[in-house]
Structure formats: structure tokens, C-alpha cells
Design a binder for this molecule. Structure first.
Ligand code: HAM
Length: 431
């Protein structure tokens, strides 16, 4: 029996693979991450990488016990003799804050801007754009409560979208207030839902005790019907004075900079660490339920993870696969095969090692490949073309003894002869 990849995972494939789509193109993934890196590093963000697995407690305390992630979607890591106390990371924020605390990054100039990219793991039911191993580009800022930092974070997210050339993206902005605002909101929700207990899904009955606000995020259709019927008031109605002023300041900066957004009073977010600003980016091509990315402020997270001091923070993450699905929906073509500038083929078996050496030394200057066996000119051109080569050098005994190369440009048909010693300059000129 053939072995297949695990459900909910994807292989990232090379160019020209059969049935290739943008979201599983390895080249498209690297292209996207490179674009994001440029936007984020120009804004002063530095790269950070944390392990792919962490203590289970980090995830439970960080992401929160009332979330679907902790309750249903964690991958536990076991290894011989171990107690199973590790979890494949479902997201990047908790670990970055852990790393900030553990490595004394507080000594670096604040606010400290960090970014990362890599796989995240959630045992969700697979759908389009919903995977068990997916990838995020993640941006975090630690050490400031200033609304200017929130606005800049949102603007940078929009900056990445623009750099990618995506147009149909909407920013849905909200605030989930300070903890005491949320407590007032949860009390309101408890009073509203308790008489309707029988009509709530089992999950939402449980949410009613742990964190009623999670009911608003329920995936159950009957819960959503009940919500519509009850005409639930939004969290925004419950913002306290400080959170309200902070929220207005964020909007003010965004408006001043011309960053468009829609206020979404119902924004909840699927993680427990948020407070104040929270937002999501959406795109029609990916579906209304699936955000391209989202983020928010998390000033209480560091303390949740054991810090004595408050370390304010804010950040966001994009789902890379979802960005690629959105780009595909907007008609972006698959990246082309990045073929070699030079392809060297020997016409006789005895000259194959010479062709190999020529190509290998050319790699100091450009992408270069060679044929592993002797070829007739027509076959060499055909092979070079399939590999996307620009220039083909055919090496016969004459060329090898005279120290020359006969070059042909596959795309234009141009031919020229070159002294082998001039190859480096030629490649530099055409790179
Ligand atoms: P999140 O909303 O859970 O936030 O995830 C961010 C993005 O990751 C989502 O909007 C989506 O594009 C992508 N994503 C999440 N789950 C999946 C999945 N199963 N399959 C494919 N894509 C998925 C966070 O993770 C927070 N850590 C963001 C953040 C950073 N907040 C503050 N700092």
C-alpha cells in the first residue's frame, strides 16, 4: 500500500508539477514570505524563530482554556519515556512572548518589533483554506500600549497585502475592551443566554460557564440562529472609557493615513489573550468565514505566562495558504520555472566531465546546469528548453581543445562563440 501524507497537510511542490496550484507551490510560498519580510524589515522588525513544539502549559495558559484550539485541536507530542507534556504550536504569539521573557529581550529598545514565519498545527476538520498544518507570517510588537503601535501594525498588514498586489481585502476592526469591560459583557451574555440554555449547542453550554463571549464565535448553525433571534448587543457597546479612547485613537491614525477599515462590532477572535484592539482581514475569494489574517492587543499575556511585570504587546498573523488562495482568486499566475542562465552539454562521452566542470564553476556567477551524458545538439536543446534554460553551450572536442564555448540563446536563437576564460564576464553581464 502506498503511503500518503497525513490528512490536512500539503506538500509544497516545484514549478511545473502536474496539477500545481498557487497554494501548494513552493516557489509561491517563498515569494510571498520574501515580500512580507521586506515590508516588515523596512519597518524595523527583526526575525525571531521559536521551536515547533512547546510546553503544553504555554499553549493552555497563553491561548486559553476556553478556546477551540486548546479544547479540541492540540497535537500532543510524545517521545520515548516522556510524559506527553509538549504540544505542536498552534500559533506563534505565546511562544514569542515566552522567548521575550526567557531571553531578556526587554533590554532591547522598546517597542521591540519581531516577525516570524513557519508552520502551525491545529487538528481542525479539513476544508478549503483550513488545514492541520498551515503556515503563518507573524508580526509582534512588545513593550508599548500606544495606540500608534496598534495603528502601525494594522497599516503594516495592509502594506503586506498591497506589496503582494491583492486588491479585494477588507479590514474589519473592533475592540474587545479591557478585562473589566469584558466581564460586564460576559455578565450580560450570561443573563441573556441562561434562559435559552436548552437551545444552545453542547459546546456553547460549556462556553456559557467558561467564557460566554465564545458563543458568538460558534460554528454551530443553530447557535448562530439563536444569536440572530436574540439580537445580541455587541461588545463595542460595553467598552469602558479608556478602551474606548484607545479605540478611537487607533481609528484616528488609520484615517489620517488613508488606511481603509470597517468597524465590526461583533469581532471576537478565537484566542483568549486579546484585549482592546482586535481585527481581521477578509477576502471574498477565500470565503466569509475564513479570515486571511487577524490580530490584536494582548497586554495581559506576559503575566499569564508568569511575568511579574506587565509587558504590553500587539501583533497579527496571516495565513499564507489563504493569502495564496486569495491571489489565485484574483487571477495571479503560477510562478515561472526559474531556469538556469547556462546549460552545458557535451557532444561526446569523454567530454562530459569537462561540461560538468564548466557548469559547476559557472555557479559562482549564475544558475548553471549540465547534461549528465553526451547528447546530440537537438536533444540538448530540447532538454535545455524543458529546464527553462537561457543559453546552451555545446562542448565538442574542438571546443575543449581550443578552450572555447559555442553558445546559443534558446529564446532568441542568437549564436556566439566565446573564449572559456570570458565565461564569467559573460554570465555577469547576462545575469
Ligand atoms: P488566528 O486568527 O488564530 O490568530 O490565525 C491567524 C490566521 O492564520 C488566520 O486568519 C488564518 O488565515 C490562518 N489560519 C488559522 N488557522 C488555520 C487553519 N487551520 N488553516 C489555514 N489557515 C489557518 C493567531 O494565530 C494569532 N497568533 C495572531 C496574532 C499575533 N495575534 C497577535 N499576534
Amino acid at each position: 500500500m502506498a503511503i500518503n501524507r497525513p490528512k490536512g497537510t500539503e506538500d509544497h511542490l516545484p514549478a511545473l508539477s502536474p496539477k500545481l496550484t498557487l497554494d501548494v507551490s513552493a516557489q509561491a510560498h517563498s515569494w510571498l514570505v520574501e515580500k512580507a519580510r521586506r515590508v516588515l524589515e523596512r519597518a524595523g522588525a527583526q526575525r525571531i524563530d521559536t521551536p515547533l513544539f512547546e510546553e503544553a502549559d504555554l499553549v493552555k495558559r497563553g491561548v486559553g482554556g476556553s478556546t477551540d484550539i486548546v479544547r479540541k485541536e492540540m497535537f500532543t507530542v510524545y517521545y520515548f519515556g516522556d510524559h506527553g507534556g509538549y504540544i505542536l504550536r498552534p500559533e506563534g504569539t505565546a511562544a514569542i512572548v515566552r522567548s521575550y521573557l526567557q531571553n531578556g529581550l526587554k533590554q532591547l529598545p522598546a517597542p521591540l518589533k519581531l516577525w516570524t514565519h513557519g508552520p502551525m498545527f491545529r487538528a481542525e476538520r479539513q476544508q478549503r483554506g483550513r488545514l492541520r498544518q498551515f503556515h503563518q507570517v507573524d508580526y509582534e510588537v512588545l513593550g508599548s500600549t500606544d495606540a500608534l503601535v496598534d495603528a502601525e501594525a494594522i497599516a503594516l498588514m495592509v502594506g503586506v497585502v498591497r506589496e503582494l498586489g491583492l486588491t479585494g481585502v477588507r479590514v474589519k476592526l473592533g475592540s474587545i475592551g479591557d478585562p473589566e469591560d469584558r466581564e460586564r459583557y460576559n455578565t450580560y451574555l450570561r443573563e441573556l443566554f441562561t434562559p435559552q440554555l436548552e437551545r444552545l449547542s453542547d459546546d456553547s453550554k460549556d462556553r456559557l460557564t467558561r467564557n460566554p463571549m465564545r458563543i458568538l464565535d460558534s460554528k454551530s448553525a443553530s447557535d448562530q440562529e439563536l444569536l440572530a433571534e436574540l439580537g445580541v448587543r455587541p461588545m463595542l457597546d460595553f467598552l469602558g472609557e479608556e478602551a474606548g479612547a484607545h479605540f478611537r485613537a487607533v481609528q484616528g491614525y488609520l484615517t489620517e493615513w488613508g488606511v481603509e477599515f470597517d468597524i465590526d462590532p461583533s469581532i471576537v477572535r478565537g484566542l483568549d489573550y486579546y484585549r482592546r484592539t482586535a481585527w481581521e482581514l477578509h477576502h471574498e475569494g477565500v470565503g466569509a468565514k475564513s479570515a486571511l489574517g487577524g490580530g490584536g492587543r494582548y497586554d495581559g499575556l506576559a503575566q499569564e505566562l508568569g511575568s511579574k511585570e506587565t509587558i504590553p504587546g500587539i501583533g497579527w498573523a496571516f495565513g499564507v495558504e489563504r493569502l495564496l488562495l486569495a491571489l489565485e482568486a484574483e487571477g495571479m499566475a503560477l510562478p515561472e520555472l526559474a531556469g538556469p542562465l547556462l546549460y552545458v552539454a557535451a557532444l561526446d562521452e569523454v567530454n562530459v566531465p569537462h561540461a560538468a566542470r564548466t557548469a559547476m564553476s559557472a555557479r559562482a556567477h549564475a544558475r548553471a546546469e549540465f547534461a549528465y551524458r553526451a547528447m546530440k545538439p537537438a536533444a540538448a536543446f530540447r532538454d535545455a528548453e524543458r529546464r527553462g534554460a537561457h543559453w546552451v553551450a555545446l562542448l565538442g572536442t574542438d571546443e575543449v581543445t581550443q578552450g572555447t564555448l559555442s553558445l546559443k540563446n534558446i529564446r532568441t536563437g542568437e549564436q556566439r562563440s566565446l573564449a572559456a576564460a570570458d565565461l564569467a564576464a559573460f554570465l555577469q553581464e547576462h545575469a
